[in-house]
Design a binder for this molecule. Structure first.
Ligand code: HSE
Length: 439
């Protein structure tokens, strides 16, 4: 039998231990498919003593990730430590510089240093694979890099954060508050150590920057991404979405426009009958629009030990077979600088929810301000709650929710119109604005 591919594994959390298990359980299958065994020969993690529910005694323990990366007995470093800085960064750099392939699940590291690492891999003629870094077990990296490498991409968007999708799904289905659903997501182990990273959209942004680079051949530029999270979404928004034929999802969207590549992460209303709207719970989904084909939607597990480990092992199998592509689908010298499309120029439909003062002329004032900015309304509804409706007068003096859906307009027009409405003092609080994404 051919020589085994010798793996050094850095990081023994949920993903790392699942990689060990998958390689052990799938050994024969992997030999059949790759022509050679894939064997873990050395491991390292922060604590050796920690209980991990797996028998790791048979693997040689190495003191730290950097020593493991330089260990002459390994062919590949698997880095599942996480974080954009050291020790993950130093270990990955050291492995590549020593001519060893790297498989990583580290979205933060790639978003921040992807190009530099790809250049290092290129210089040393080794693979840098990262299927596990985006959407866990969904093979979206391979789909963009290999499956569709003859197509021109026009838009890529998806649910890239399981925690947010879980929260929004639970809020909608079980009529629970945001905080309670977040606590549940943490208990189930979906959320990052700092959950604000999930709910404020930064996790999605890191993943989107990787997908955008693969799709559009641009240099990774997470700072080019407009980011808004889900913490301001209320049950009132989810109810309104339901009644208007939408569902609210946190989407990462990268789209080619005349002004450049628009990259944005924000709560989004998607038509209830779209493929992406059906995706509930911790599941992830990515829709790819490319010239020459109908949109493709990939749906699957975006987090969790086994799902992420399945992507790591598939990357290892490619290396075992001797398959090596450019990490971002093209040589680094062909990756172009992102021409950022400013968010102010984003065009689309908008959902706007205001708390309007219940006085004569309020609706006329709001309508006038929107008209001044050329915004046309698809629908406008003023909602009283049931108790208020029972009050015969119809004028409670209390602010009443006004919900509007606009036809396609620009972000700039919406922002300016709503600032004017606020200055007119006909609403209380801040307007809720949710962008609509057409399928
Ligand atoms: N916190 C992430 C999520 C884990 O909720 O999707 C996978 O990156």
């Amino acid at each position: 039998m051919a020589e085994p591919l010798k793996v050094g594994l850095a990081g023994l959390g949920t993903v790392g231990t699942s990689v060990v298990r998958l390689l052990e359980d799938g050994r024969d299958k992997l030999v059949a498919r790759s022509g050679r065994p894939i064997e873990v020969v050395a491991i390292t993690a922060r604590s050796r003593a920690k209980k991990r529910g797996a028998d790791l005694k048979k693997y040689r323990w190495v003191a730290d990730p950097l020593t493991l990366a330089r260990d002459p007995s390994i062919d590949v470093l698997v880095e599942v430590i996480g974080g954009a800085g050291d020790p993950a960064k130093a270990a990955v750099e050291a492995a590549l510089a020593a001519g060893k392939a790297v498989v990583t699940a580290n979205k933060a590291l790639l978003a921040r240093h992807g190009q530099k690492l790809a250049a290092l891999a290129e210089r040393h003629g080794v693979a840098l694979n990262f299927e596990a870094a985006v959407a866990g077990g969904i093979p979206v990296i391979k789909t963009l890099r290999e499956g569709l490498n003859g197509n021109a991409f026009t838009r890529i968007y998806g649910i890239l954060n399981g925690t947010c999708n879980y929260i929004l799904s639970r809020m909608e289905q079980d009529r629970l508050g945001f905080e309670q659903c977040l606590r549940e997501a943490q208990r189930l182990g979906y959320a990052e150590a700092d959950p604000s990273f999930d709910v404020e959209g930064h996790d999605t942004a890191q993943k989107l920057s990787i997908l955008a680079s693969l799709a559009f051949g641009t240099k990774l530029d997470p700072a080019a991404i407009y980011v808004e999270g889900i913490s301001s979404i209320t049950l009132a928004d989810l109810d309104a979405a339901e009644q208007l034929g939408y569902r609210v999802k946190l989407l990462g969207v990268a789209v080619k426009t005349e002004a450049g590549i628009e990259q944005r992460v924000h709560p989004t209303m998607v038509p209830k009958d779209s493929a992406i709207a059906q995706v509930m719970g911790v599941t992830n989904a990515v829709t790819i629009d490319a010239e020459g084909i109908m949109p493709i939607t990939l749906v699957g597990p975006g987090a969790g030990g086994m799902a992420t480990a399945s992507a790591v092992v598939s990357d290892l199998a490619d290396i075992a077979r001797g398959v090596r592509g450019a990490p971002f689908g093209r040589p680094v010298s062909h990756m172009t600088a992102t021409r950022r499309a400013p968010m102010q120029r984003h065009e689309g439909g908008y959902y706007i929810r205001l708390l309007a003062r219940d006085h004569p002329g309020t609706a006329a004032t709001i309508a006038r301000r929107l008209a001044q900015r050329g915004i046309s309304l698809d629908s406008i509804v003023q909602r009283h709650d049931a108790a208020e409706q029972r009050a015969a007068s119809g004028r409670s003096g209390k602010p009443v929710p006004v919900i509007m859906i606009t036809y396609a307009t620009s972000e700039d027009a919406v922002r300016k119109a709503l600032s004017a409405v606020r200055r007119d003092r006909v609403i209380s609080g801040s307007p809720q604005v949710i962008r609509i994404e057409k399928n």
